[in-house]
Design a protein around this ligand. Structure first.
Ligand code: ADP
Ligand code: F6P
Length: 461
């Protein structure tokens, strides 16, 4: 409607994500999803709705905070929903499945019910806050059924969805007992965005094979490269980076930064580093590897097992190769301030980004952004990261299952002449300036806005 308006204002944007950042000023938002969205919503009236991150058993209305034209609405989950919906179905089942790790899936019907129930609860809490001409954008695997739940409550606004993680080939996806209902949930959205062409092909093929009509397109997420570069330059003079420089002496820093997640290939990376120390003796005592991996989803069994594995491997490597005045590896399982991480990126001669499967991997892009272009470091990157599509020209590409390949790439990176480092970095820097966070958000929303809502595939049932 709205034909009486002379200058049609942009419709209000409603973002729904499982995790909503604590209400703060825009420029303080951190993390891929939050940074990307902050860019997309700049200057636009926005409601950001989702889980508060807290559990409470007396179900209350959303807590609402408004800062200028951005309103945050956060709801609690019950303790049993945190277990069943978040730890169980979302992170004990969908996460491994979507990352091609069918063997790690833990399926329980009670978790499935909790997943449905949490999505219904989100829909009930969001419904009274909605206006007819809102543009609704739902994020990630926790909330796949939300669009259908809103449609069932009579919402006719345009609803888009973005999957931040990969989508596996059909033969793997079919391992999910609820695969059909999930595909039909995808079909309730006017537009489904994924990270890469490969993910789009997989989701599209799954929909076709199982009779769900989907509109899927790839929108690779990016970062704010100039913002991150500025943060890295500022941090260079800061206390944390100076302490790090002092502790390194003239040794080269090799850096890994990830949530402690089995999709990130952290044990594989450490085995590759161990192989470097074993096969290329000239680097012993000339390098130091720092792995920052804050505990994530620490209540989920597969994540507990990974933490034990990391501790054991790190102890083994240090025990085998340390000298009395040098340890080859430091690991930190706490979170580190974003500015400090940016400074470490700038300092590192090599970044090791070796996921076994990753939707995009923003750390790879952040490492590129943080470099001094006159004397840049080298990115060693897994071919199984979504970011490989954009960065393969400049990075040293590896298959993380092969520790010798990682060791050889590390050796090549540590010896690489400055001219080659600069050429490779320039190609990557151009790529991260092409597909930025702002570009990702605005292009998804422009496509969603352009659609005719009446075309909804299976929406109005
Ligand atoms: P994922 O979304 O799976 O965690 P990404 O690499 O795409 O992986 O995004 C992670 C984001 O979180 C990046 O912006 C990264 O800088 C940030 N991050 C990762 N590890 C840490 C850490 N140890 N401390 C603080 N921020 C981190
Ligand atoms: O896409 C990556 C992602 O799963 C986000 O959806 C999520 O918010 C983030 O990783 C961190 O995980 P969590 O919210 O489980 O701490």
């Amino acid at each position: 409607g709205g034909s009486s308006r002379v200058m049609p204002a942009a419709p209000r944007l409603v973002i729904v994500s499982n995790r909503v950042p604590a209400p703060k000023e825009r420029q303080q938002l951190a993390g891929g999803l939050a940074v990307g969205l902050a860019e997309a919503i700049a200057g636009r009236e926005t409601l950001w709705f989702g889980w508060s991150g807290d559990a409470s058993d007396n179900v209350a209305a959303p807590q609402i905070t408004t800062i200028e034209n951005l309103t945050f609405a956060r709801v609690d989950l019950t303790r049993s929903q945190v277990k069943g919906f978040y730890e169980g179905y979302s992170n004990g089942l969908l996460w491994p499945l979507m990352h091609y790790r069918v063997g790690l899936m833990e399926y329980r019907r009670a978790d499935r019910e909790s997943y449905e129930e949490a999505n219904e609860r989100f829909a009930d809490a969001l419904l009274p806050l909605l206006r007819p001409d809102d543009l609704i954008w739902v994020h990630d695997y926790h909330l796949i059924p939300l669009g259908a739940a809103l449609r069932a409550r009579g919402v006719r606004a345009r609803i888009g969805f973005f999957l931040h993680i990969p989508f596996p080939p059909l033969a793997l996806f079919e391992a999910l007992p609820d695969c059909d209902s999930l595909l039909h949930d995808f079909a309730a959205y006017d537009l489904v965005g994924v990270q890469t062409r490969q993910d789009a092909d997989h989701l599209d093929a799954a929909g076709r094979a199982r009779g769900a009509r989907l509109r899927v397109q790839a929108f690779p997420i990016g970062i704010d490269p100039d913002g991150f570069a500025a943060q890295a330059r500022r941090a260079e003079a800061g206390r944390d980076v100076r302490r790090m420089v002092d502790s390194l002496g003239d040794r080269a820093l090799i850096l890994g930064i990830d949530r402690l997640d089995y999709s990130k290939g952290i044990p594989e990376r450490l085995r590759g580093y161990e192989r470097l120390l074993q096969r290329f003796e000239q680097h012993r005592n000339k390098v130091m590897m720092l792995q920052v991996a804050p505990v994530s989803r620490g209540e989920v069994a597969q994540y507990k097992a990974l933490r034990r594995q990391l501790d054991e491997l790190a102890g083994h490597i240090n025990g085998s190769y340390a000298e009395f005045d040098w340890s080859p590896l430091r690991t930190i399982t706490r979170s580190v301030p974003r500015g400090t991480l940016a400074g470490f990126c700038r300092l590192a001669r090599v970044a090791l980004v070796t996921p076994l499967r990753d939707g995009m991997n923003l750390v790879a892009k952040e490492y590129v952004a943080a470099q001094n272009g006159e004397d840049p470091g080298v990115l060693v990157l897994s071919r199984f990261a979504g970011a490989a599509d954009e960065l393969a020209e400049g990075a040293l590409m590896v298959n993380p299952h092969d520790p010798d390949a990682i060791a050889e790439a590390l050796d090549q990176a540590l010896r690489m002449p400055r001219g080659e480092r600069r050429r490779r970095w320039q190609a990557m820097d151009a790529a991260i300036h092409t597909a930025t966070a702002a570009q990702w958000g605005t292009s998804f929303l422009a496509d969603l806005e352009r659609l005719d809502p009446q075309e909804n595939a299976e929406a109005d049932h």
